[in-house]
Design a protein around this ligand. Structure first.
Ligand SMILES: N[C@@H](CCC(=O)N[C@@H](CS)C(=O)NCC(=O)O)C(=O)O
Length: 230
């Protein structure tokens, strides 16, 4: 299988966590933001990554969107499962996946890119990195005000998660697509010292899920704890 991705995208991380959890062999092709459209629009009709090419007989040629990729992987290789047999639990798993995609995925992007442009500039002050950050901020309308709104959404989501994640799973008594989605989509916050210090249990859980899914942590994961927070 071939995964077309941005190496830093948390939605692409979500697809990689699922591939890793199921121990499916795959290769990645890293695309350049902006230019990626030339490669993926004709194939998927979408402008977003991740996009998966299963490259297998009797399988679709292209599967786009992290949710669809997980749906495909689950049908292709049901074990170990990310879905539930119980229809109520399964409906809840898909509802939460969608809710986290829409809420946490977008809010984390705002908080993360606001941080990288300001206090977190030292993480990578190179002009190439700063240009990518500036393009993302302009594309999504990320600024101090919109990031503040996103911060509140993240705080609310973490407070909901704390009820489940401190000693259990989001649904039932085992790991599922809901837990995987949260781990992927909140992982960018692991680079922000204030979050690392305020919610150690959250990042321990994200680390555990990366181990379970055989996926390396985001680059510079350990840097946050040695940075001064503002
Ligand atoms: N709902 C999509 C969201 C994917 C997404 O937003 N991808 C971003 C990268 S994090 C992207 O490709 N942005 C480029 C663009 O919108 O042009 C999914 O789950 O795959």
């Amino acid at each position: 299988m071939l995964l077309l991705q941005f190496s830093t995208s948390h939605y692409c991380r979500k697809a990689r966590l699922a591939l890793g959890y199921k121990q499916i062999a795959y290769q990645v092709e890293n695309l350049t933001p902006g230019l990626h459209i030339l490669r993926i629009k004709p194939l998927s009709g979408l402008t977003t990554v991740p996009v998966l090419f299963p490259q297998l007989k009797n399988c679709p040629a292209v599967v786009a969107d992290s949710t669809e990729i997980i749906r495909f992987l689950e049908a292709y290789q049901p074990n170990p499962p990310l879905y539930f047999e119980d229809s109520l639990q399964q409906a809840e798993a898909l509802r939460l996946e969608d809710h986290f995609d829409e809420l946490i995925g977008t809010a984390a992007r705002f908080v993360y890119y606001q941080f990288r442009a300001k206090e977190g500039k030292q993480i990578d002050p190179s002009w190439t990195s700063q240009i990518v950050i500036a393009i993302v901020r302009s594309q999504y309308g990320i600024n101090a005000k919109s990031a503040k709104v996103a911060e509140q959404k993240i705080t609310d989501a973490i407070s909901m998660l704390s009820e489940f994640w401190q000693d259990g799973y989001l649904i039932g008594d085992r790991f599922s697509v809901a837990d995987l989605t949260v781990a992927a989509l909140l992982s960018p916050l692991g680079l922000i010292p204030a979050y690392r210090r305020a919610y150690p249990w959250l990042f321990e859980r994200i680390v555990d899920i990366h181990q379970l899914c055989h996926e390396p942590l985001p680059k510079r994961w350990d840097m946050a704890l040695s940075m001064t927070s503002h």
